[in-house]
Design a protein around this ligand. Structure first.
Ligand SMILES: Cc1cc2nc3c(=O)[nH]c(=O)nc-3n(C[C@H](O)[C@H](O)[C@H](O)COP(=O)(O)O)c2cc1C
Length: 243
């Protein structure tokens, strides 16, 4: 399986998205996948300007001359696209959405009926067939991801690709507490690696492995107290101390 992963976190290697995605992809690599990751923040990706040049004048080729051409080639060659993004204001980051908007050259403008909806078919031979979401968020409750997951499912139906599942980790800054919470952090990373292996070996992500990645380890009141003390320390220091 050929996996192309994008990381839409502006914090790139310092971020919690990277920790989740990196472990997930390590598991996939261990199971034999060929994996490539790109940090969107490092790439020049202009906004889609809605001109439809890629549909009517230069089929499959965008009017912008930027890094998206190279990324589209990687998407085209992959069996599975992994979208890594932190949760920002209940959705994906702007970097991630800009990347996804720029994927429309892969579709053909004509409409066809699919499961009761008119959709644009993908240009012939265009991969990928599968999409996975990998996301982290700062809040405690897992249901903070509901809006993002629903959006990704709809994007996949729109793009006519299979949404395999969402590997999500709430309370993302637990990754920075390795000194005091060594076992939970190790278990979360292990679960993420297991999820990556599962994807390659079975083509699926089981509920069990996704639950293990998202598992609560801190009692709610400890999260509240610890988080508020952390922000007080940050305010005192005048900088965000988790990165
Ligand atoms: C602009 C912004 C918006 C955010 N919105 C949410 C949110 O709606 N819900 C949430 O749980 N966390 C939210 N967060 C917290 C991030 O999801 C969290 O800090 C995450 O670890 C960021 O990923 P990174 O470490 O890879 O940068 C937000 C953070 C930022 C900077």
């Amino acid at each position: 399986m050929k996996i192309f992963a994008v990381n839409g976190s502006p914090n790139m290697k310092k971020g919690m998205t990277h920790i989740l995605l990196d472990n997930f992809l390590e598991g996939a690599r261990d199971a034999g996948a060929e994996v490539e990751t790109v940090f969107l923040q490092k790439k020049k990706i202009n906004y889609c300007i809605g001109c439809f040049t890629c549909w009517v004048k230069t089929p499959g080729v965008c009017i912008h001359k930027d890094d998206m051409a190279e990324l589209l080639d990687k998407v085209r060659e992959a069996d599975c696209l992994v979208i890594g993004t932190p949760l920002y204001v209940d959705g994906m980051t702007a970097q991630t959405k800009t990347f996804l908007d720029r994927i429309i050259p892969l579709s053909d403008p004509h409409f066809e009926l699919v499961d009761g909806h008119y959709r644009h078919p993908r240009r012939s031979g265009e991969k990928p067939t599968d999409v996975v979401l990998a996301s982290v968020c700062g809040f405690y409750e897992r249901d903070n991801f509901d809006g993002l997951i629903d959006h990704m499912e709809r994007i996949c139906r729109n793009m006519q690709v299979r949404f395999v599942g969402a590997v999500v980790r709430p309370s993302s800054y637990i990754f920075t507490l390795e000194e005091i919470l060594a076992d939970p952090v190790r278990e979360i990373k292990e679960a993420a690696r297991r999820a990556g292996r599962e994807l390659v070996e079975t083509g699926e992500l089981s509920e069990r492995v996704l639950d293990d990645v998202a598992r609560d380890y801190l009692p709610r009141d400890a999260f509240l107290k610890g988080s508020n003390e952390f922000w007080d320390r940050c305010i005192k220091a005048g900088k965000f101390l988790a990165l």
